[in-house]
Design a protein around this ligand. Structure first.
Ligand SMILES: Nc1nc2c(ncn2[C@@H]2O[C@H](COP(=O)(O)OP(=O)(O)OP(=O)(O)O)[C@@H](O)[C@H]2O)c(=O)[nH]1
Ligand SMILES: [Mg+2]
Length: 674
């Protein structure tokens, strides 16, 4: 526990320090009048991403393998007792999330099972509080918590017909018949989903633990299969040494874990190894037996041996409660905990780096450019003014003409930025159109109608296949427009570079290919799921409907996320160029004004040179201070060793490289003396 808690704490601290450094950077930008709306939006987004950062561990298994006990032992032993109910037989009846949202008091929110008869997945219901029942939890008392948490075991008896309506009973399924009582009722979970909100230190750090019920309940909840489990950062699949690997264990492994995506998040746990401690076998014999079983599990699941852990959750919990180090070692829980930390934290840290820090790094780079333009303008002016020292009125007049001409020429080039905005807007609309909800709704309706007409489950596969092909087409279409916009921006920047000598950072490379992979993953999970509907029975239609609904809801999530990313990317294209235009324009206007004043003897040349000198010093100070801000953020990210790509990329800019190169200064000289 200490190890695990320590690692999470470190991670949380890393995130907090980073957030503070970003806030500090934003304040600095604001104080220095360098924060425009687009930069502010991006920094806000980065901070939101840090604040929303969650680490999700899903625990999946057939009933009674020890999922809840394992959660108690790994995460909540410091509560001083077992908090999630565990017992022989079916205990956890509904998917249960443990998390902490500080905007709510400690409580359990539960979604009644009756909602299953209505349209909408759990995700849909999650958006409103209306349907959920809320029960307060006294977080200061372990007794109180245990009592409250028993809610996840609650069941009700309903008629077989009602159970069928919820997709929890199939009259045509032979396996289901045993469940019907003499009076024609079936026992089902009272809740569809439960969310436990309590202020445990690990949950405060953003950990979310998902406890799940066994196969019967799970197979009927598409939300789990298609959304909650695939999006978890680690999935613990639990087997019990006493039951071995049964047919339904294997089925769950395949449908819920293996087919749900990235295997590097998967960990298999062989629980209850204490059953082998019979007091007769030696430690060596036990070890040999454990290794044999681990090998077997690894083979049968086709999962690397290093991803299989044999433990005793119960003895691990007991050891922690009694602070018995020898028993803890025997439970082998610490090795599993380390693997869990290694599976989740580094990957997560990388994601946060690339998603949050790259945004801020980019802002830093753009501000650096703006300051560089400002510095360069001042250097040019100073050079000009100094060249006027000791010259006659005629030279001043010629310089005024030149300044005015350059200003006018600049405006011609700057008009390109305006034209670009117009064309870009058009392509942007084309890039976003395929990702809109309406387009998605149409293809979902088409798929549903065709499935209804088809009746035969064998006809489903091609219909579902076409639905997903359609999604991929949409994403590709959008991607093609994105590539077009990228090319266009590169062209615009090249012309600015050629005509004005600007060096702008190329537009951020961007594509929504990652969403293609998500669509593939969803299709894989859906395919596996639909394949289980080999025989179409009355009870299954509702289930199929629900699955389709969840598939559509998940694809909508993917498209919404893609649309948001595309919008943000498009929004980031022009502002840096426009900021440079504004900066340059201001410099040119100021320069013409000041030459005019000198000509009209309203300002002394020496006075102006003094002013420019001061302004130049001020800009250089800002550049230095920007470098310190960026260094501060790098330090917050963990020093020089492991730098995120985005900040590493902006490093030479902020650091050692002179902001104006010798060549650039050479260029200035040429122009002035021309
Ligand atoms: N001997 C032994 N028993 C264990 C161990 N872990 C759990 N159990 C027991 O196995 C039974 C089931 O444990 P739970 O944690 O309720 O199992 P679950 O997987 O959550 O089961 P459901 O909630 O019904 O899906 C309980 O009686 C536990 O005490 C273990 O490591 N060793
Ligand atoms: Mg349980």
């Amino acid at each position: 526990m200490a190890e695990l808690a320590g690692s999470f704490e470190q991670y949380g601290a890393w995130r907090d320090t980073l957030a503070r450094a970003i806030v500090q950077f934003r304040r600095w930008l604001q104080e220095n009048k360098l924060l425009d709306a687009e930069a502010s939006r991006r920094i806000g987004l980065a901070l939101d991403r840090l604040a929303e950062d969650k680490l999700v561990v899903a625990v999946v298994a057939e009933f009674s393998r020890g999922k809840s006990e394992l959660i108690n032992a790994i995460f909540f032993a410091d509560c001083g007792r077992r908090i999630l109910p565990t017992s022989a037989g079916r205990t956890t009846m509904c998917p249960t999330e443990l998390m902490y949202d500080e905007s709510l008091p400690p409580c359990i929110r539960a979604l009644p099972i009756e909602t299953r008869a209505r349209a909408g997945g759990t995700a849909e219901f999650r958006k409103t509080a209306d349907e959920w029942r809320t029960y307060p939890v006294d977080a200061s008392s372990a007794e109180g918590m245990l009592e409250a948490f028993k809610l996840v075991s609650e069941t009700v008896r309903v008629s077989a017909e009602e159970a069928r309506l919820y997709g929890l009973f199939d009259p045509d399924e032979p396996d289901h018949q045993d469940a019907v009582d003499a009076d024609g009722t079936v026992e089902i979970s009272r809740w569809r989903h439960a969310v436990i909100n309590f202020p445990h230190p690990l949950l405060r750090q953003g950990l979310v633990v998902l406890d799940t019920p066994g196969l019967n309940a799970i197979g009927a909840e598409p939300e789990l299969t298609l959304s909650l489990v695939p999006s978890a950062h680690a999935v613990l699949f639990v087997l019990a040494a006493d039951t071995g690997l049964t047919k339904s264990d294997l089925e769950m492994w395949r449908h819920l874990v293996r087919d749900s995506g990235a295997s590097e998040h998967h960990i298999a746990v062989l629980n209850k190894i204490d059953g082998l401690w019979d007091g007769l076998k030696t430690d060596e014999q036990i070890d040999v037996e454990v290794q044999r079983q681990v090998d077997l599990v690894s083979q049968r699941l086709a999962l690397s041996r290093s991803r299989v852990f044999a433990v005793s959750a119960q003895k691990g919990l007991l050891a922690k409660l009694q602070d018995d180090q020898a028993l803890l070692a025997a439970s082998r829980l610490p090795a599993l905990e380390n693997a869990l930390v290694d599976t989740m934290l580094p990957a997560k840290q990388e994601i946060i780096r690339s998603r949050a820090l790259s945004l801020v790094g980019r802002v830093g780079e753009e501000v650096r450019q703006t300051l560089a333009v400002r510095e360069r303008g001042l250097v040019e002016q100073l050079y000009e003014m100094r060249s006027l020292q000791g010259k006659n009125q005629g030279s001043v007049g010629r310089m005024l003409l030149r300044a005015q001409r350059e200003s006018a020429e600049f405006e011609k080039v700057a008009r390109k930025a305006v034209a670009t905005r117009f064309v870009l807007g058009k392509i942007a609309a084309q890039a976003l159109a395929p990702l809109k909800r309406e387009a998605l709704r149409e293809s979902a309706t088409r798929a549903r109608e065709r499935m209804h007409k088809a009746w035969l489950p064998t006809a489903f596969a091609p219909i579902i296949g076409e639905y997903f092909d359609g999604l991929r087409d949409d994403i590709r279409q959008s991607n093609a427009r994105i590539a077009e916009m990228h090319k266009m921006m590169v062209g615009v920047q090249a012309s600015f570079a050629q005509e004005l000598g600007w060096s702008l950072t190329p537009p951020m490379a961007f594509s929504i290919d990652s969403y293609l992979a998500e669509v593939d993953r969803l299709q894989e999970a859906a395919r596996a799921q639909f394949a289980t509907f080999a025989v179409l029975t009355r009870g299954k239609w509702g289930l199929i409907e629900r699955f389709l609904e969840t598939v559509v809801a998940r694809s909508r999530d993917i498209f919404v996320a893609a649309e948001r990313d595309v919008e943000a990317w498009i929004g980031s294209l022009l502002p840096p160029v426009e900021a440079q235009v504004r900066e340059q324009r201001a410099t040119l206007v100021r320069r013409a004004e000041s030459v005019q004043k000198i000509r009209d003897a309203q300002e002394s040349l020496e006075g102006r040179i003094g002013e420019l000198d001061e302004a130049l010093q001020a800009v250089r100070q800002k550049i230095e201070s920007l470098k310190q801000q960026l260094d501060g953020m790098r330090a917050a990210d963990g020093g020089a060793e492991r730098k995120p790509a985005a900040l590493a990329a902006s490093r030479p800019a902020a650091g050692d490289r002179p902001l104006i190169s010798a060549e650039e200064l050479g260029l200035v000289r040429q122009r002035v003396s021309a």
